[in-house]
Each structure stands twice: as structure tokens, then as C-alpha cells.
Design a protein around this ligand. Structure first.
Ligand SMILES: C/C1=C2N=C(/C=C3N=C(/C(C)=C4\N[C@@](C)([C@@H]5N=C1[C@](C)(CCC(=O)O)[C@H]5CC(=O)O)[C@@](C)(CC(=O)O)[C@@H]4CCC(=O)O)[C@@](C)(CC(=O)O)[C@@H]\3CCC(=O)O)C(C)(C)[C@@H]/2CCC(=O)O
Length: 211
């Protein structure tokens, strides 16, 4: 696989990405001065992907997030996403990227129990023996389910990127994740979404390749 920078793999693409990174740095350098080099790189990539410097204020990581996340992706552990759009964006990982939202067991479970498909998909992933990094960009109910299953010892999770977007439960679910001992990255408040989730995990994967 060709080396990339911010997903760019051509000379022109690389130049655009490098220029964009310079602009991002000039916008958020002061705000990120207390972060480690790895944390800074992750925040820069999120701001780069969204063109929204506010992410430098609202992105928060637990102290062990980078360590535990890097350990997991370096070992090639599985990555689990809440929805297909997030999975589609993680295109340079050599391990498995899984998403059970359209799995027949998920559809059956959601139909029988009347929970969301997003939450049912987490239960199915755990029942299939998932062990790795969870990436949630859209569905608060999936994030609540992960926290519950980790708390009850029914799911193995190395780290969680919890950045669901929206006005119904997103902020609350992320606040709850911050109160757990699960290694995590969150964006506080309603903002987040697929581009943020993908930027965060792709940045972690990129850092692990350059170690
Ligand atoms: C609250 C939900 C939101 N979904 C958003 C954005 C997009 N969702 C798409 C699709 C096709 C799917 N979303 C579901 C996950 C569906 N979305 C929800 C739920 C209603 C509730 C989740 C929760 O609160 O935890 C959820 C329903 C569920 O039962 O889980 C999906 C399963 C719906 C379905 O088809 O049954 C489905 C997943 C399909 C898949 O992954 O294969 C969009 C592609 C729709 C679109 O815009 O066309 C889009 C993806 C956007 C992206 O950037 O990737 C929001 C906006 C995140 C929204 C939360 C906002 C809010 O209501 O406040």
C-alpha cells in the first residue's frame, strides 16, 4: 500500500493536505499546546477533516486513550463501527473492521426487542466475541450499549472513540463515557459524526504505522 498523508496519495493531493495541515496548525496551535504529540496529531486531523477549529476545544481524551488505542491497532485487533458509513472510511487498516448494523441477527434482535438496530448490533458483535477498538460516530444508543456491556463484563473493549452527533442523547452518552474507566476519546456536546470518528481512528492507525 502506498504511504499517504491525510488520505492523499498523489503529489497534488499531498500538497493540498500539507497546506491544509499548516492552516489547521496556525488556527489551533495555542489550544493544543498542552497535548502530547500523538493527541495533538489526532485533534489536528479532526479539525482538518471538519474545517471546524471548535473541535480543538471539545475533543477530550482519557490519559490512557492513546496508549491503549495504539496497543490495540498495533496488534491488529478488530475495529467495530456503529454504522456502515464509518466502516467505509477506515480503508487503510490491515486488521478487520466490523459493523453488524445490517447483520441478520441484528435485524432479528432489534425486531424482537424493539431496541435500535445500532444497539442490537453491539450486542451481536459482543456475542461474536468482539475484542478491540469501538468507533461510534452516529448512534448514542450503541454507545450506551457498549458502556453497559463493558460494565457487566460481557464485552472486551480496548478503547472507545465515542463521537455520536445529534440532539437526542448524543451529548449525554458522551458525558457518561467520560465518567467511565474505559479508555476513550469524545467530542463534548452535540457535535461529532462520521467524519470525526473516521479522522480519529485513521489518525491512530497512522501513528501506529509510524512508530
Ligand atoms: C439517530 C440516528 C441518526 N442517524 C444519522 C445519520 C445517518 N444515518 C443514516 C442511516 C442510513 C442509518 N442510521 C441508523 C443508524 C439510524 N440513525 C439514527 C437512529 C434513528 C438511532 C440511533 C441512535 O440513536 O442510537 C438509527 C436507527 C437504529 O435503529 O439504529 C440506521 C440503522 C437507520 C436504518 O436504516 O434503520 C441506518 C444505518 C445504515 C447502515 O449503516 O448501513 C444515514 C446514512 C442517513 C442519511 O443521511 O441518508 C446518515 C449517515 C450520516 C453519516 O455522516 O454517516 C444522524 C444524523 C447521526 C442521526 C442522529 C441525529 C439526531 O437525530 O439528533
Amino acid at each position: 500500500m502506498k504511504p499517504t498523508f491525510m488520505g492523499a496519495s498523489t503529489k497534488q493531493g499531498y500538497d493540498i493536505a500539507a497546506r491544509s495541515r499548516e492552516i489547521v496548525r496556525s488556527l489551533i496551535d495555542e489550544k493544543t499546546k498542552d497535548l502530547t504529540a500523538e493527541e495533538k496529531s489526532i485533534v489536528e486531523r479532526i479539525v482538518h477533516s471538519t474545517a471546524d477549529p471548535e473541535y480543538a476545544d471539545i475533543t477530550c481524551m482519557s490519559n490512557d486513550f492513546v496508549l491503549r488505542g495504539l496497543e490495540a491497532v498495533s496488534q491488529g485487533k478488530d475495529i467495530l463501527t456503529d454504522i456502515s458509513m464509518v466502516k467505509a472510511g477506515i480503508n487503510r487498516y490491515t486488521g478487520d473492521v466490523k459493523c453488524y448494523i445490517n447483520h441478520e441477527k441484528t435485524i432479528e434482535l432489534a425486531g424482537n426487542t424493539e431496541v435500535t438496530r445500532a444497539a442490537a448490533a453491539i450486542e451481536v458483535a459482543a456475542s461474536e466475541g468482539f475484542d478491540g477498538v469501538v468507533v461510534i460516530g452516529n448512534a448514542p444508543t450503541a454507545l450506551w450499549k457498549v458502556m453497559k456491556m463493558v460494565e457487566t463484563g460481557s464485552m472486551n473493549v480496548s478503547a472507545v472513540i465515542g463521537v455520536p452527533v445529534g440532539f437526542v442523547g448524543a451529548a449525554e452518552s458522551k458525558k457518561a463515557l467520560e465518567g467511565t474507566s474505559i479508555p476513550h476519546l469524545v467530542t463534548q456536546g452535540p457535535k461529532g459524526g462520521t467524519p470525526v470518528a473516521v479522522a480519529a481512528i485513521n489518525s491512530l492507525i497512522n501513528i501506529s504505522k509510524n512508530q
